[in-house]
Design a protein around this ligand. Structure first.
Ligand code: F6R
Length: 262
C-alpha cells in the first residue's frame, strides 16, 4: 500500500485525479470503478476541470459504481444514480451506454448482481477503482465482517452507516434505506488498481486500522494491504493516527517526478 499524505483534501484529490487522468490518457477504453459520498467530490471536480480545460476524453471509458441503495428509484434525489449524474457524468463526455450502477429497484436481486459481475468481466475488468472508507472501515457497503471473497450482493447497512449517511436525507435516519447492493470485497480486490481517498479527523481511526492494523474482516478496508496496487490519498487530519506518517511523507517526497502519477 502506498500512503500519500497531503496538506488538504483539495491537494490530495488533485494528486489522485492525476493518476486517474494518466490512465485515461494512456488507455482511452479504461474501465473505472467509481464511488459516491462526499469524499470523491473534489476528485470528480478536478476530473471535470481536466475534461473542460484540457480535453480529458471520457468518451470510450466504461464505469461501474460500487453500490446503490435498495428501494430508491434511479431518479430519487439521493439515489447513487442521481448522485453520479449530478456530480460527475453530466459534466463530462461519458457515453451513457457505458455507465453501470447497481439496480436498487431490481425484483431479482440475485440475477441482477450476477449480471453486474458478468458485465465487469465482459468489459475486461476494472482498471482503477476509486474508494472511500466508512467510519467503521467499510469499502463499498461491505460492512464489518463482510467476507473478503464476497461478490456483488445485497447487504444491510450498519446503524453507524445509517447515522453517518442521514446527513444526505435531511438528517432523518428513518429515511435512509437499510439495504444496499454493493460490489463485494472480492470484486474490489479484482480491480487492477485501487485508489482510496479519506479526509478529516472522522476518518483517522478507520485509516489507522486499515493501514497499520491487522487484516481483519472487522475492518473490511484492511484487505487492501493484500492488494498489489493500492494507493491511499489522505489529508493531514485523516493521517493523524498513523504511527508511520512521517515515513510515508518521506517516501513520497523521495519519489521521482515521473513516478508520482503512476
Ligand atoms: C460510496 C461508498 C462508501 C463511501 C463511504 C464514505 O459509494 O461505497 O463506501 O465511500 O461510506 O462515505 P463519505 O465519502 O460520504 O464519507
Amino acid at each position: 500500500m502506498e500512503i500519500i499524505i497531503q496538506p488538504s483534501k483539495q491537494a490530495a484529490s488533485i494528486t489522485a485525479a492525476r493518476v486517474v487522468a494518466r490512465l485515461v490518457r494512456e488507455k482511452p477504453r479504461a474501465v473505472l470503478g467509481l464511488a459516491t459520498g462526499s469524499t470523491p467530490l473534489p476528485l470528480y471536480h478536478e476530473l471535470i476541470r481536466m475534461h473542460q480545460e484540457e480535453g480529458l476524453d471520457f468518451s470510450e471509458v466504461t464505469s461501474f459504481n460500487l453500490d446503490e441503495y435498495v428501494g430508491l428509484e434511479a431518479k430519487h434525489e439521493q439515489s447513487y444514480h442521481s448522485f453520479m449524474w449530478q456530480n460527475f457524468f453530466r459534466h463530462i463526455n461519458i457515453d451513457p451506454d457505458r455507465v453501470y450502477i447497481p439496480d436498487g429497484m431490481t425484483t431479482n436481486v440475485v440475477a441482477s448482481c450476477a449480471t453486474y459481475e458478468r458485465a465487469i468481466v465482459d468489459a475486461g475488468g476494472i482498471d482503477l477503482q476509486i474508494l472511500g472508507i466508512g467510519s467503521d472501515g467499510h469499502i463499498g457497503f461491505n460492512e464489518p465482517t463482510s467476507s473478503f471473497a464476497s461478490r456483488t450482493r445485497i447487504k444491510t447497512l450498519t446503524q453507524e452507516t445509517v447515522v453517518d449517511n442521514a446527513r444526505f436525507f435531511d438528517d432523518d435516519e428513518s429515511q435512509v434505506p437499510r439495504h444496499c447492493i454493493t460490489m463485494g470485497i472480492g470484486t474490489i480486490m479484482d480491480a487492477r488498481s485501487n485508489i482510496m481517498l479519506a479526509f478529516g479527523d472522522g476518518k483517522a481511526e478507520a485509516i489507522a486500522a486499515m493501514v497499520e492494523g491487522p487484516v481483519a474482516a472487522m475492518v473490511p478496508a484492511s484487505i487492501l494491504q493484500h492488494h498489489q496496487n493500492a494507493k491511499v490519498f489522505i489529508d493531514d487530519c485523516a493521517a493523524s493516527q498513523l504511527k508511520l506518517a512521517d515515513y510515508y511523507r518521506w517516501v513520497y517526497a523521495g519519489k521521482p517526478e515521473w513516478q508520482q502519477d503512476a
